[in-house]
Write a protein that binds this ligand. Structure first.
Ligand SMILES: Cc1ncc(COP(=O)(O)O)c(C=O)c1O
Length: 376
């Protein structure tokens, strides 16, 4: 987290029914629309990302509605579990956790749904558990090609503010996100960006909802207020984080992450290791998941890196436990931080006795220093 954000959060908590708060809320809500690249309402819950997932489902769907979901990894699986627990029918397309959502599969499924029973397609944009990014614009095109009226719900929890994402242009109905990744904040804020079509669907959606109901939020937000106590100090931080993103310019933010993704993948390849993502069109610029050579435990390696270098690598989640480690390169991150991170990985591989070829860090530095990769 940047110091600017931490200092902003450290301001006194003001009356959330007063005019100073209304000015803060308006700033934050306007700024968020720019980050989501939308002119539609964005609501902010005091919640983690899981709450924002639930809000997207309960506002738009009714018991026993069918939702089309794709097994891209651990988080897509958890979202599926939530949908089932809420009483939805989930058509879950199996996946190998190395690929994103195939737009052709979306088109096929929707074309085959002649009775129009599928009410929503729910996709995780950037699978944090695998480092695979699904192509949302192509998925939208596939839905249009099928001429199907299902809503498009997208989880951008680890892509927003790091990887290009366009709520309006890509025709997304509900974009789900939260505070603790590309927005460089502590956990505690969940977001939904809401299309007019999704808002209209909410008028007849019958899943029970109260805390997550969009309408009281949107109504009170219009005057700069919330229907219940907002996370005031996180909103100070959010205002600062949005300013930072806007000062840099979203295009530059995305280009910076692309450079980090590219440099990291070059390091992995020079080490002779394998990136988990199997489709170069779907490489994540927010994080890179790396397969451990057979016979080596990724968690033992991660423990050594933590003990020796005080650096925490991401664990393999769900069925990838022990098989991969994840290098995060998103948020308040620069070239030298990436160089340090990759040095920690390279030293850790040596310390853990993992077979690898030296030179990954050098390959990454060459990539970072290449002027063609620098957005001036
Ligand atoms: C892609 C994705 N979706 C959903 C979640 C769940 O969010 P939270 O843990 O904030 O509830 C996460 C958390 O890391 C995530 O990465």
């Amino acid at each position: 987290m940047p110091d600017r954000v931490l200092r902003a959060i450290a301001q006194p908590t003001i009356d959330h029914r007063g005019s100073a708060f209304a000015a803060l809320a308006r700033d934050v809500l306007d700024g968020l629309q720019r980050v989501f690249q939308t002119s539609e309402p964005v609501v902010v819950y005091p919640s983690s990302g899981t709450g924002a997932w639930e809000a997207a489902l309960v506002n738009t769907l009714s018991p026993e509605d069918t939702v089309l979901m794709f097994e891209t990894g651990h988080f897509a699986t958890l979202w599926r579990d939530m949908a089932s627990r809420l009483g939805l029918r989930v058509e879950f397309v199996a996946g190998d956790w190395r690929h994103g959502v195939d737009p052709r599969a979306v088109e096929q499924k929707l074309t085959g749904d002649r009775g129009r029973t599928i009410k929503a397609v729910a996709v995780v944009h950037n699978e944090t558990s695998t480092g695979v990014t699904s192509r949302i614009a192509a998925i939208r095109q596939a839905m249009d090609a099928a001429g199907h009226p299902a809503l498009l719900l997208v989880d951008t929890i680890s892509s927003l503010g790091s990887i290009d994402y366009r709520h309006d242009e890509w025709g997304v109905d509900v974009t789900v996100s939260c505070s603790q990744k590309g927005l460089m904040l502590p956990p505690g804020l969940g977001f939904n960006a809401i299309s007019a079509k999704a808002r209209a669907a909410a008028t007849s959606a019958r899943l029970p909802r109260s805390y997550w109901d969009w309408e009281p939020m949107i109504k009170d937000n219009a005057a700069g207020f919330f229907p219940y106590t907002p996370a005031t100090n996180l909103l100070y931080g959010l205002r600062e984080a949005v300013r930072m993103l806007m000062d840099e310019g979203l295009a530059n933010v995305f280009a910076r992450h692309q450079r980090f993704g590219e440099a990291t993948r070059r390091a992995v390849s020079a080490w002779g290791l394998e990136v988990l993502c199997a489709n170069p069109e779907e490489y994540s610029d927010a994080l890179t998941a790396v397969l451990m050579p057979a016979g080596h435990d990724a968690d033992a390696f991660r423990r050594i890196v933590l003990q020796r270098f005080d650096m925490s690598l991401g664990a393999g989640l769900g069925k990838l436990k022990g098989q991969i480690f994840r290098i995060g390169h998103l948020g308040d991150f620069n070239d030298l931080m990436l160089a340090g991170t990759l040095s920690g990985v390279e030293m850790g591989l040596a310390a853990a006795g993992v077979p690898f070829t030296r030179g990954g860090v050098t390959a990454a530095l060459d990539s970072l220093v290449d002027v063609r990769s620098v957005h001036l």
